[in-house]
Design a protein around this ligand. Structure first.
Ligand code: ATP
Ligand code: MG
Length: 264
């Protein structure tokens, strides 16, 4: 069943000004999309195709020029706290997503303080439970962001997104700065979260192999429109040329023999 309904969504920006004529860039055009409860949906698209724009609209961080986004039939308008409780986002740059002056525990508890009326002690216990769930230590609660590695910090970002038990977590290139081993570990961890708590995910990425590991369904954005919407299968083939280009960019599996030997 769909719990987010995007209908006829169009959005753009005004560019130019000081040195060039002001003009409008149309980023999304008449887009329709249904997000289903507890599903992991991959959102693929070339750089500048509008993936992050769509994510910001879904979060209510910007208002669309045209069209609507509804949550269980109720239209989203601006930053509705009830909506924020249900949709959380993890960004690519983990370090800048944390306040350098505050402990990790303080930052993870931030959505709990704003969006729930949980008492302080219960908040601390919840944060420690979340830290363990993302394979960090409960004692990381008191560390500063600068004391964690990039991968640890990204997991802390995921813990923060999970804090209020959202129905959807948007991962906007959130795994792009991590090595392959860590990407796979985090995706498997999120697959567990999906199975146990029914949280749905929107995985925004350029990397089709991550989509194939984690998602049940994939959509491809090109020229402001969704040009593909299909079930993820091991041998799926896209039809639209822009989607085929993304598919062609998946690196083949590493050769089994060491590269130097293979070249000799
Ligand atoms: N605040 C803004 N003002 C003006 N133009 C913007 C703004 N935000 C995005 N754009 C433009 O909108 C287009 C889509 O940007 P967006 O960030 O959504 O792309 P993306 O698909 O997320 O790209 P990437 O894969 O590189 O992150 C780009 O051409 C971008 O320059
Ligand atoms: Mg982006």
């Amino acid at each position: 069943m769909s719990f987010i309904q995007v209908r006829n969504l169009s959005h753009g920006y005004t560019a130019g000004g000081l040195f060039s004529k002001r003009h409008r860039i149309q980023v999304l055009s008449s887009l329709d999309l249904d997000l289903h409860e507890g599903q992991s949906l991959g959102l693929l698209g070339g750089s500048g195709s509008g993936k992050s724009t769509l994510a910001r609209l879904l979060m209510g961080l910007e208002n669309a020029d045209q069209g609507s986004i509804a949550f269980n039939g109720q239209t989203l308008q601006g930053l509705d706290p009830k909506f924020l409780q249900r949709v959380q986002m993890v960004f690519q740059d983990a370090l800048s997503a944390f306040n350098p002056q505050r402990t990790i525990g303080w930052s993870i508890a931030e959505p709990l303080r704003h969006l729930s009326d949980m008492p302080v002690d219960a908040c601390k216990a919840r944060v420690e439970q979340l830290l363990v769930q993302v394979k960090l230590l409960a004692s990381d609660h008191d560390k500063l962001p600068s004391q964690l590695s990039g991968g640890q910090l990204q997991r802390a970002g995921i813990a923060r997104a999970m804090a209020v038990g959202p129905q959807l977590i948007i991962l906007d290139e959130a795994l792009s700065n991590l090595d392959r081993v860590l990407q796979v570990q985090i995706l498997d961890l999120l697959a567990d979260v999906r199975r146990t708590s029914g949280t749905g995910f929107l995985l925004i990425t350029h990397d089709l192999s991550l989509v194939q590991r984690f998602c049940q369904r994939v959509v491809v954005l090109a020229e402001g429109r969704l040009v593909e919407d299909r079930e993820v299968t091991p041998h799926m083939r896209f039809e639209h040329p822009a989607a085929r280009t993304l598919q062609a960019a998946v690196l083949p599996a590493m050769p089994k023999a060491p590269v130097a030997l293979a070249l000799a």
